[in-house]
Design a protein around this ligand. Structure first.
Ligand code: ATP
Ligand code: MG
Length: 429
């Protein structure tokens, strides 16, 4: 029988890497809390029409990457419906905002989420079919200030802070404005005209996009197409005065907060709902999949899925890519337990459990060994899992003086049992 494996594009996360994931999530939660964001958890599947309307029929996500199925009715009162594993979380958050009438509060809603997303993409490093996003949205009625460029700048400043606190060095913030939907309409028209004479020399994807969604041509990564794309009109030249003023206010606030950014005229993002500010944080260490996170403003999204006017701005970070970056930086060396308790002989096992329990109750991270191991084997096991080893034999139990071996200094010390926890919790010097 063939052995069973995780499905292509999915993977198991194992210790010690999961400790890194937990640290990433804990840091994100702590930073979000300081900026007054609260957590939202939406279902992993939604009605397919939410994504078709919210993300856009012409996007790659909706047109070819979604996991969609017909969910059979189980009773006469139910109807068969088309459901989809969420490929992203913003549409679900905005659906919840509408469903729970959060706009009625008159306040800005500042919501964050952490969870798996699903897209049937070609799996490669940094790109999976089940992947994890950490994201946040600021959304509310215009009267709550949801359209203000200050909100954009605050979200970007928060992201710079979060990446710094995670220990990710060398990120770049790429920033652009895709204007209002009217600006985009004019720009799409200009692109269509500019593409008409040259599109036959471009890749098949571009040929399709030139007709269905010309803006998407700017995303093309095919090397031969780049000179053609670089010569296309820029969206910056098609923004109306208000969009221009909005963008200028965002960059002025970023300058004031010393958040560095780079204008990228080709940054349009892969989802149709974006308006005005769009951004990506990239990292050179990631190779082809270099985007750590992406986001932008989506002033028309709520209305597109049947809700009230509720402008907003948000982002989604690829947690898999944050972990990859940190692993590559070695900022995430597998952490070691404080102590390995090694019983000398099987008769010491019970006493060792009691000692480990004492230390664990005092907050130490302890691995418990096994008395049937020879001392050499205990040393080897301890060296792999802990900074220090505590040897517990008959003599130690009687005298109350325990032997502690520190693996980084090589020192062996006799410590009274009452002082053991304090001794073990000292950092190595
Ligand atoms: P990319 O250009 O890398 O495909 P995207 O434009 O599809 O990204 P979004 O839909 O905005 O990205 O998602 C935000 C972030 O989620 C990305 O910047 C990336 O870090 C992460 N991400 C997106 N798709 C995947 C995936 N298949 N596997 C792992 N991470 C992903
Ligand atoms: Mg993508």
């Amino acid at each position: 029988m063939a052995t069973l494996k995780a499905v292509r594009g999915t993977r198991d996360l194992l210790p010690p890497e999961t400790a890194l994931w937990n640290r990433i999530e804990a840091t994100a939660r702590a930073v979000f809390a300081r900026y007054n964001f609260g957590e939202i958890r939406t279902p992993v599947f939604e009605e397919t029409s939410l994504f078709a309307r919210g993300v856009g029929e012409e996007t790659d996500i909706v047109s070819k990457e979604m996991y969609t199925w017909e969910d059979r009715a189980r009773a006469a009162s139910e109807k068969t419906q088309s459901l989809t594993l969420r490929p992203e979380n913003t549409a679900g958050v905005v659906r919840a905002y509408i469903e729970h009438q959060l706009g009625e509060t008159g306040q800005l809603q500042k919501l964050y989420y952490i969870g798996p997303q699903f897209r049937r993409e070609r799996p490669q490093k940094g790109r999976y079919r089940q992947f994890y996003q950490i994201g946040a949205e600021v959304i509310g009625p215009p009267s709550a200030g949801s359209e203000s460029p200050l909100r954009d700048a605050e979200v970007l400043e928060m992201l710079a802070t979060l990446l710094d606190e995670l220990g990710i060095t060398g990120w770049t913030l790429e920033l652009n404005s895709v204007g209002s939907s009217a600006d985009r309409g004019r720009y799409n028209q200009a692109l269509r005209e500019a593409l008409a004479p040259v599109v036959s020399q471009m890749c098949p994807d571009c040929q399709r996009r030139a007709v269905t969604n010309p803006l998407r041509v700017l995303d093309c990564k095919v090397p031969e197409d780049q000179p053609i794309i670089d010569a296309l009109p820029r969206i910056a030249d098609h923004l109306d005065q208000e969009s221009e003023r909005h963008f200028a206010a965002v960059t002025a606030a970023l300058d004031a907060a010393y958040v560095p950014y780079r204008r990228n005229h080709r940054l349009v993002r892969g989802l149709d709902y974006y308006t005005r500010t769009t951004f990506e944080f990239t990292h050179g260490g990631l190779g082809a999949q270099n985007a750590l996170l992406g986001g932008g403003r989506y002033d028309g999204l709520s209305e597109a899925i049947g809700g009230p006017k509720a402008p907003g701005i948000g982002f989604a970070m690829g947690e898999d890519r944050l972990a990859l970056t940190l692993l590559a930086q070695e900022a995430a060396k597998a952490p070691l337990a404080d102590a390995y308790v090694a019983p000398l002989g099987e008769t010491m096992n019970a006493a060792a459990l009691q000692l480990a329990r004492e230390l664990r109750h005092l907050g130490l991270w302890v691995e418990l060994g096994e008395g049937s191991f020879r001392l050499k084997k205990s040393f080897e096991a301890a060296d792999k899992t802990a900074r220090q080893m505590v040897i517990l034999g008959e003599d130690e139990l009687q005298s109350g003086m325990l032997t502690v071996k520190n693996f980084s200094t090589g020192m062996q010390t006799k410590v009274p049992r009452a002082e053991l926890a304090g001794f073990l919790s000292q950092p190595d010097c």
